[in-house]
Design a protein around this ligand. Structure first.
Ligand code: UDP
Length: 235
């Protein structure tokens, strides 16, 4: 049976305390252990895109002193730092990895070359796709959608802090109902904040399903990578 190819998108915040800054080695190590256990089942070829919001987001830092494009460039560099941290923790855990960057940093990572990414995946290496799209005005959600299409992933998985998609914010509204499945149009029309609209549109136009699941719940990463159906599917 062919393996399922997954592109997992995580936010930079997953690498530190909620609302924290930078990379917390304990969080990264814990994440790496779960990835190791999950892929140990041999069901998946795994590529990952990690955001950079634990360091900075271009739109937030942009102002008179630092322009938007510089801010975005800094944000993309932050994603490379995160990828290196995840790589280090995964390799310590005994998982073979490659970092492929959209921005050339030849001493630290390979350039993103689609065919090379595919070869690494076939060899069951975890492929860390860093540097965003390499262009300002995009996010790592959009990067994840784009890369998932380029590597022909079966699904784009978005690891979050909540169980999936709800009718309202479950942390604010006790009547919020969990949705097991919904359409791309629902997400766009109801402005559900699971991913930015560019990312969702790209997935919709190319029929790439998005699976939103709770990555913070203990054991969920392992279950997800072992093939268990979790969270919400956007189809
Ligand atoms: N970014 C960019 N182009 C890209 C991807 C990311 O300019 O293709 C910048 C942008 O400033 C963004 C920052 O990198 O805010 C960090 O990414 P993101 O906000 O998506 O990280 P996350 O919130 O997922 O941690």
């Amino acid at each position: 049976m062919a393996s399922k190819r997954v592109l997992l998108k995580i936010s930079g915040e997953m690498l530190c305390e909620a609302g924290g800054f930078g990379v917390d080695p304990t969080h990264v190590q814990d994440f790496a252990q779960q990835i190791k256990e999950g892929i140990g089942h041999g069901e998946v070829e795994l590529a990952m895109v990690c955001g950079g919001g634990n360091f900075l987001r271009g739109a937030q830092i942009a102002g008179d002193e630092i322009g938007r494009i510089t801010g975005d460039n800094m944000g993309m560099l932050a994603t490379i730092m995160n990828a290196l941290a995840i790589q280090s923790a995964l390799e310590r855990a005994g998982v073979e990895t490659r970092v492929l960057s959209a921005i050339p940093v030849n001493d630290l990572a390979e350039p993103f070359i689609r065919r090379r990414a595919l070869r690494h995946l076939e060899k069951k290496r975890v492929v860390l796709l860093a540097g965003g799209t390499g262009n300002p005005y995009f996010t790592t959600d959009t990067t994840a959608a784009l890369r998932a299409l380029q590597i022909r992933a079966d699904v784009l998985a978005k690891g979050t802090k909540v169980d999936g998609v709800f009718t309202a914010d479950p942390e604010k509204d006790p009547n919020a109902k969990f949705l097991e499945e919904l359409t791309f149009l629902d997400v766009l029309q109801k402005r559900l904040q699971i991913m930015d609209s560019t990312a969702v549109s790209l997935c919709m136009d190319n029929s790439l399903p998005i699976n939103v699941f709770n990555m913070k719940k203990s054991g969920n990463i392992v279950k997800f990578l072992a093939g268990e159906q979790l969270g919400t599917m956007v189809v």
